[in-house]
Design a binder for this molecule. Structure first.
Ligand code: EPU
Length: 431
């Protein structure tokens, strides 16, 4: 297994370009099943989660070509309706296959994804929505089985305790585009990734009104066609690099990211007094002296502060003078990075869904375990602000969602090396 050896090396400096969005690409890949014609997708990041999704599409019968890095051509001429546990268990986003299979084949049998370290990830809202489309839904032997032979448009409310659901909205959208009648999705997710999916579906011939709003209106059509689509940039990758620049007091231009994707995040950094230059498609973090200001953050569905940048902000606020409170409203237990940051010297107390951070701490390098994708990034960022060496283990989590992470960081002057776990210092080797 690979590990990262990370060492503080002063301010990051230079320019990087943001890659395609993982969370937009995953449902968009699933949407290619909605037509028999070829769908050409560009700016798809080269990540293990993408490869899992492609593997499932191939298993279902789609022909898949990868003519160049970032481009995938998918032709789903004949497909089957069963997505088995062996494939689905590798990635929760495979639940997004339900919508396209229901729409295209009027039946689906998809294994229910298993547990997740960031907290319970139920799919009750997905299933409620599918039932509202007059489908019969059954759960047995770990599978969701849907009979959509009598499906028709309906009125679907997708709000849950934590607001809407991103992949749930994707599923109901994809199910309804080929379902006769009008479907009204209320409390739909408004994330840029959902807007990107809507834009792809419209190119394929779908009729969707109010794109980007919490009330989507879909008029079912009888078939969809192939198209070419370029996936939007990854706002979470951009936010992670912005935080990396901030934690090292660096000077980094992050290119290819519309600032509107990161409104709440940039607003908090401005409140923290991080100097930045913001233009239409780039954000430049400027160097600063002393400490940023502490800020209080509550994670919320878009356009609120994204949960996927919460761990990285915990690292940044740890070296910031004063008291910050970071409250997690999407996944109240998503604080697995906190004990690891504490091992590196952070002063953080967890009170219910909040992390109370007293800064500044002096981070010092330590061996740490990554527990999920964004936690991995937070530990690496803390490593850049540490004295000494940080060994980050279980980085397969990071490889799910950050493309060429260490190459991009190295180009900015970061000291980060991918090694094998056999290279760990003797006292860290598992005996
Ligand atoms: N929820 C329910 N019932 C449901 C679905 C969701 O109660 O049927 C709850 C969840 O438990 C959670 C909240 O609703 O409290 C939001 O969950 P959502 O369904 O929106 O999450 P998701 O679609 O499974 C996507 C991203 C996550 C990101 C969340 C929140 C993808 C593939 N995943 O997950 O990304 O954290 O939205 O923004 O799009 C990541 O990239 O690291 C990641 C975890």
């Amino acid at each position: 297994m690979d590990v990262f050896r990370v060492e503080g090396n002063g301010p990051l400096e230079g320019e990087i370009r943001i890659g395609g969005s993982k969370n937009a690409a995953l449902p968009i890949l699933a949407a290619s099943l909605l037509t028999k014609e070829t769908v050409t997708l560009k700016n798809i990041p080269n990540l293990s989660d993408i490869r899992f999704m492609v593997e499932i599409l191939e298993y279902l019968g789609a022909e898949v070509h990868n003519p160049e890095l970032g481009t995938w051509e998918i032709t789903a001429h004949r497909i089957s309706h069963i997505a088995p546990y062996e494939l689905v268990r590798k990635m929760r986003a495979s639940v997004c296959l339900l919508g396209p299979l229901i729409a295209r084949l009027k039946k689906a049998e998809v294994s229910i994804p298993g547990g997740c370290v960031i907290g319970p990830r139920p799919i009750d809202l997905h299933l409620k929505g599918i039932r509202k489309l007059n489908c019969e839904v059954e759960i047995s032997n770990g599978y969701v089985t849907v009979d959509a032979s009598k499906s028709r448009g309906g009125h679907v409310f997708l709000g849950g305790r934590s607001g809407s659901t991103v992949t749930g909205t994707a599923n109901i959208l994809m199910a309804s585009v080929l379902t006769p009648g009008i479907t009204r999705i209320e409390s739909a997710a408004c994330e840029p990734e959902i807007v990107d999916l809507c834009n792809l579906l419209v190119k394929m011939g779908a009729q969707i009104e109010n794109i980007g709003s919490p009330e989507l209106i879909v008029t079912g059509v009888s078939e969809l066609k192939g198209c070419e689509h370029t996936v939007i940039p990854d706002r979470i990758e951009a936010g992670t690099f912005i935080t990396a620049a901030a934690i090292t007091k660096g000077h980094v231009k992050i290119q290819g990211i519309p600032h509107s994707f990161l409104g709440a995040f940039l607003d908090k950094l401005q409140e923290a007094a991080l100097p930045m230059e913001i233009s239409d498609d780039s954000i430049t973090v400027l160097p600063y002296k002393g400490s940023l200001n502490p800020v209080d953050i509550i994670t919320l569905p878009y356009p609120g502060f994204p949960t996927d940048l919460q761990a990285q902000m915990c690292a940044l606020m740890s070296i910031t003078e004063g008291l910050s409170i970071i409250t997690e409203r999407i996944y109240p237990n998503r604080f697995m990075h906190v004990p690891e940051l504490q091992r590196m010297g952070a002063d953080i107390a967890i009170e219910g869904p909040s992390a109370i951070i007293k800064g500044p701490c002096d981070f010092s390098g330590a061996p740490v375990m990554a527990s999920d994708l964004r936690a991995s990034a937070a530990l690496i960022l803390a490593g850049f602000a540490s004295k000494g060496v940080t060994w980050v283990q279980r980085i397969y989590h990071l490889d799910r969602g950050y493309e060429s992470f260490e190459q991009k960081l190295s180009s900015l002057g970061a000291k980060i090396e991918r090694l094998s776990d056999t290279d760990l210092p003797n006292d860290l080797l598992e005996k």
